[in-house]
Ligand binder design. Structure first.
Ligand code: KIV
Length: 256
């Protein structure tokens, strides 16, 4: 059954919410098959699929293409389209671009810490997930936010503003677990943690990180559930060797 925004909101305090990124048909199909609640087509696409240094090179065209692929693979999870940087600088461009992501197959959109834009989108019947804490589109350094009282209070206020703007959920990235717990307990919408400890309402990871398919960064909060990069490398090595040594193809791979 298709997961809805109302279903996700109703899970707060009752059942943990599982969310992972996907960027292609095959991965999203498998995530659907195992019962993922939410699939995020994140702009982490830029780093883990397109080979850029960060997320800021990702364009609307990139997002539209990958959201299309993901939506063809996954029928049940709620699909979130991440709005790339500069696609939501003002209300009009945010609305126009959010509609393009929905047309491509997203159910809802995600933006980074712009509650006033979120409010406008919600007023225009577009469901929005917010993202606060370490926000990769604008961060100048990749470090934990909210360790001192002042920034912790700032993050608590931002979360409340996002809730008041009508967002259905907020990603809390890169913050002390106690702060994430406090935020989670102080708002009525679900929080999705990444590097924010176990007390958020749900968890999100970049699929390529947890599968061992991206080795440029290995943040402490990523648990590696597989080492597919190693398996791929060894399969490719065997293939090269067997082609060179004339061991592949064998008769069973040939037509007669
Ligand atoms: O782009 C992304 O994958 C994200 C997650 C890190 C939450 O925003």
């Amino acid at each position: 059954m298709k997961t809805t925004v109302d279903k996700i909101k109703s899970m707060k305090g009752k059942e943990k919410i599982a969310m992972l990124t996907a960027y292609d048909y095959f991965t999203s199909k498998m995530e659907d098959e195992v019962g993922m609640d939410i699939i995020l087509v994140g702009d982490s696409l830029g780093m883990v699929v397109l080979g850029y240094e960060g997320t800021t090179e990702v364009t609307m065209q990139d997002m539209v293409r990958h959201i299309g692929a993901v939506s063809r693979g996954a029928k049940n999870p709620l699909i979130i389209g991440d709005m790339p940087i500069k696609s939501y600088d003002d209300n009009d461009s945010a609305l126009k671009n959010a509609k393009l992501l929905l047309e491509a197959g997203a159910d809802v959109v995600k933006i980074e810490n712009k509650p006033e834009i979120a409010k406008f989108l919600v007023e225009n019947k577009i469901d929005v997930m917010e993202h606060i804490g370490l926000t990769p589109q604008t961060a100048t350094e990749f470090k934990v936010r909210g360790k001192d009282e002042e920034t912790a209070n700032e993050l608590i206020s931002q979360a409340k503003e996002c809730e008041q703007a009508g967002c259905f959920s907020i990603v809390l990235e890169g913050m002390p677990r106690d702060l994430a717990k406090k935020i989670t307990e102080s708002i009525s919408i679900p929080t999705m943690g990444i590097g924010a400890g176990p007390d958020c309402d749900g968890q999100v990871l970049v699929s390529n990180d947890m599968l061992g398919l991206y080795d440029k960064l290995s943040p402490k909060f990523v648990k590696k559930y597989a080492d597919l990069g190693k398996d791929m490398k060894s399969a490719f090595e065997n293939y090269v060797k067997e082609v060179k040594e004339r061991k592949f193809p064998e008769d069973e791979h040939s037509f007669h």
